[in-house]
Design a protein around this ligand. Structure first.
Ligand SMILES: Nc1ncnc2c1ncn2[C@@H]1O[C@H](COP(=O)(O)OP(=O)(O)OP(=O)(O)O)[C@@H](O)[C@H]1O
Ligand SMILES: [Mg+2]
Length: 341
């Protein structure tokens, strides 16, 4: 193992991913912490905590400490970061490594400073922040150092970042709470209204991943869903079809496309023309929804492609930034001067 374990971290609202220099992605776990409310103590983190969601006894609560791009609980974010970083760097480090970190776009400067403090406490010598859309673009190998417009849309769980990049920076951008969670909520509302069936967030996400599509599904796929009958209060099993879930997702998918359109409307005409030529790249786990690129094309008449393995684009970009070429250096928000504690 190398003596200095520089890392790239994508701290997302649903997952945390860590890239280690020279090794690639070494960790990917849900950003979840399980807390025992009676003892006020953390009992599990990451994958272990995720397993407890929806099936925990009353006193144990599984919490996502980041939600819609904001920090809900500092102590839990800190516990999660420390634990996950400890897992990959080990306890006995020879030197303090450097980190490149991407956090949800809604996180403000004060919150960023405290996250950098948490990284320091977790053993990092120096942490540099990379803006989310820039990280995603670097991760997919997009070039954006010239006076030419490129569009990247990172669809996470909590936040979708829409950005036009040019000359190494975000020229026009927006961060909206229109991500995977928003789609899950639409599934929950649909099942409640159509079938009087109440399901939890985790079930809604499973249904979305199994049956979801942004374009009308061809095959008549379906699955059995168990939830609670809202009328009787008893458990109920219901067969749900892909066509129904397509209907449930139509509105939130349209909202997402409108968000992209709104950014294009604010984009200088020359850069917009470049995007019409070159197309849009989708990253983030939400980009894995089948048919999403086609739906974007149908709505905007702009070519659209999904990145390979879209959930890893941001952390791959943080990893690339670790390579420290002059261009990367110019992109990074330096913490040494401004944020060193
Ligand atoms: N096949 C799929 N179809 C639809 N959605 C999917 C699929 N696979 C994953 N997702 C969704 O992707 C989201 C997670 O994506 P990702 O890991 O990129 O989010 P994140 O980085 O943690 O969140 P954020 O960027 O908002 O902080 C979840 O909402 C999940 O349901
Ligand atoms: Mg993300």
């Amino acid at each position: 193992m190398p003596a200095i374990q520089d890392i790239g971290v994508d701290l997302g609202t649903s997952h945390i991913l860590i890239y280690m220099r020279g090794r690639g992605i070494v960790l990917r776990e849900p950003a979840v912490v399980a807390v025992d409310r009676d003892l006020n103590r953390v009992v599990a983190m990451g994958e272990d905590a995720h397993r407890l969601i929806g099936r925990t006894p009353g006193n144990i609560q599984a919490i996502r400490p980041l939600r819609q791009g904001a920090i809900l609980d500092y102590d839990l974010v800190k516990a999660l970061l420390t634990d996950m970083i400890g897992k990959v760097t080990g306890k006995h480090r020879l030197a303090r490594p450097r980190a490149v970190l991407s956090v949800p776009s809604g996180v403000n400067d004060m919150e960023k400073r405290s996250i950098i403090g948490m990284m320091f406490d977790a053993g990092m010598r120096r942490t540099q922040m990379l803006e989310r859309p820039i990280a995603a673009a670097l991760g997919v190998g997009m070039r954006f150092d010239e006076a030419y417009g490129s569009m990247i849309v990172d669809i996470g769980a909590g936040i979708t970042d829409v950005a036009v990049l040019s000359m190494n920076e975000v020229s026009v951008g927006a961060s909206l709470p229109v991500g995977g969670d928003y789609l899950d909520d639409a599934v929950i509302r649909f099942l409640r209204k159509k079938h009087n069936l109440l399901v939890g967030e985790r079930t809604a996400e499973e249904i979305k991943i199994t049956l979801g599509s942004a374009v009308p599904p061809l095959a008549g796929e379906s699955m059995e869903v168990t939830g609670r009958n809202l009328v009787s209060g008893l458990p109920k099993t219901q067969r749900v079809t892909a066509t129904e879930i397509y209907e449930a997702l139509k509105e939130p998918v349209d909202d997402l496309i409108e968000a992209i359109q709104a950014v294009l409307e604010r984009t200088p005409p020359q850069l917009a023309a470049d995007i019409f030529d070159e197309g849009i790249v989708l990253t983030g786990g939400g980009a894995a929804l089948p048919g999403l690129a086609d739906a974007v094309y149908d709505g905007l008449k702009i070519p659209c492609a999904v990145a390979d393995d879209p959930q890893t684009s941001v952390v791959m970009g943080c990893g690339r930034a670790l390579e420290d070429t002059p261009i990367m250096r110019s992109l990074l928000d330096d913490s040494r001067r401004r944020w060193r504690r």
